[in-house]
Design a binder for this molecule. Structure first.
Ligand SMILES: Cc1ncc(COP(=O)(O)O)c(C=O)c1O
Length: 418
């Protein structure tokens, strides 16, 4: 194993007040680089939060530009297991890749993109990260946490309704994590966002921070640019390695995933097309529409000089329903029923809608899916469930007050608990 010093680590002084006393600490981001890629070596080493030189899979080595470095931020590889969904077409198998288990505060698909994006931010000498998204953006939450792990500040522009834009956004779901790690939050109304656009908004904040002597690095919505796309190109290499390690040789025919800003599906479809996996990728979009995403994915893969047509490598279907982050009670009931049937909790905004869309398509077009082995990517987002508790409440019952007879004699267990 090779260890060397990372020349781009940023030493940073921070003051912390604990028990009434303020102290200044000098933090240093992790400074080790390792070249040993095996999952076991990663688990045994202090690989987490380290930065290492990046080399692409052989089948992706013609893509350009190739990132020079990558941070280890996710708990990878994430598990793959059989998902016993009810009412599948004949002989269809669904398997689940648990990218929801890629971390805790960092959970979900965004961490894979951030591994590349933050390596570039650090290489450029950034001292803070700007990004933008919806009020319950999983991407903004993951960015705020990952940035703080690497001693970078984060500035988040969050989109909310006109009614709420001047109010304290509260602590529900992703906001709790963001505010705990000290992200600087600026709210913008949906109308302002639609009028000005995410690029101009992040530019405004960037100019302000530059004037204040900061060195910001801007990550676009969802971390979806060509550099972030490497995150899911790498995920395909990870799946290939997981399949190679299995003795009874499962081969996936299809990959199914939610699409919100396009980067995940761009990486998966390009990797699956170029690599040995060769599975058909189906994206279920939860906002905008398929035509928009075909063009957007095309832009991302053109940015890597891939020379392929997005329409040849992915099929994009609409699963938006009532609108982005808006759920019908039928969708929420589906999420609840899947949890009850399989133990797997889906988020309502992304994987919940994608799985609902997949099951609907399977019911309407069973021949398309019969006998196929499908890998569904659970992209996380569970903090978003907390934003839906009011709508979810009528769907869950199963509690009652325990019936105890006052005459039952006391018997001590472990601890007194009061
Ligand atoms: C939990 C979750 N799943 C899926 C997606 C969609 O991924 P992408 O933005 O790369 O299309 C997002 C973000 O948009 C997300 O937060």
């Amino acid at each position: 194993m090779l260890w060397s010093c990372n020349p781009t680590a940023i030493p940073l002084n921070r003051s912390i007040t604990l028990f009434g006393r303020t102290r200044v600490y000098c933090f240093q981001s992790h400074t080790m680089e390792t070249n040993d890629e095996t999952p076991k070596a990663k688990a045994l080493s202090f690989d987490f939060l380290s930065k290492k030189p990046y080399s692409p899979p052989s089948w992706g080595s013609h893509l350009k530009p190739i990132p020079s470095h990558v941070f280890s931020l996710g708990h990878l590889p994430t598990p793959i297991h059989r998902w016993n969904l009810p009412n599948l077409p004949q002989n269809t198998e669904v398997w689940l890749k648990r990218d929801d288990l890629s971390g805790m505060q960092l959970s979900g698909n965004k961490v894979r993109k951030l591994e590349f994006l933050l390596a570039e931010a650090v290489a450029q000498g950034a001292d803070c990260i700007i990004t933008i998204g919806g009020i319950q953006s999983n991407h903004c939450r993951a960015t705020a946490v990952a940035a703080k792990y690497l001693n970078l500040d984060s500035y988040l522009i969050l989109r909310t309704s006109k009614l709420l834009v001047d109010k304290d956004p509260g602590l529900t779901g992703n906001l709790l994590v963001e505010r705990f790690v000290g992200a600087h939050i600026q709210l913008i109304s949906k109308e302002e966002y639609a009028k000005i656009g995410s690029v101009a908004l992040t530019n405004v904040l960037k100019e302000q921070l530059l004037k204040g002597g900061r060195k910001p690095y801007v990550i676009p919505v969802g971390g979806s640019n060509s550099l972030g796309t490497w995150g899911y190109i790498e995920a395909i290499r990870e799946i290939e390695q997981q399949l190679q390690a299995r003795s009874n040789g499962v081969k996936f025919d299809d990959i199914v995933v939610a699409c919100g800003s396009g980067g995940t599906v761009a990486g998966l479809s390009l990797g699956s097309w170029l690599g040995a996996l060769n599975a058909k990728v189906h994206a279920f979009c939860v906002c905008d529409d398929p035509i928009y995403f075909y063009d957007f994915v095309q832009g991302l893969i053109d940015g890597l000089q891939a020379g392929v047509d997005a329409r040849d490598i992915v099929s994009i279907l609409n699963a938006k329903g009532l609108g982005y982050a808006i759920n019908t009670s039928e969708e929420l009931k589906f999420v609840k029923e899947i949890a009850e049937a399989t133990g797997v909790v889906l988020d309502p905004v992304y994987s919940g809608k994608a799985a609902y869309g997949m099951m609907k398509d399977m019911a309407e077009n069973p021949k398309k899916w019969e006998g196929r082995k499908v890998l569904f990517i659970h992209t996380g987002g569970l903090f978003g469930l907390f934003d839906k508790v009011d709508q979810m409440a009528p769907l869950v019952g199963n509690w009652h007050r325990m019936d105890v007879n006052e005459s039952i004699p006391r018997k001590d267990g472990v601890g007194k608990m009061f």
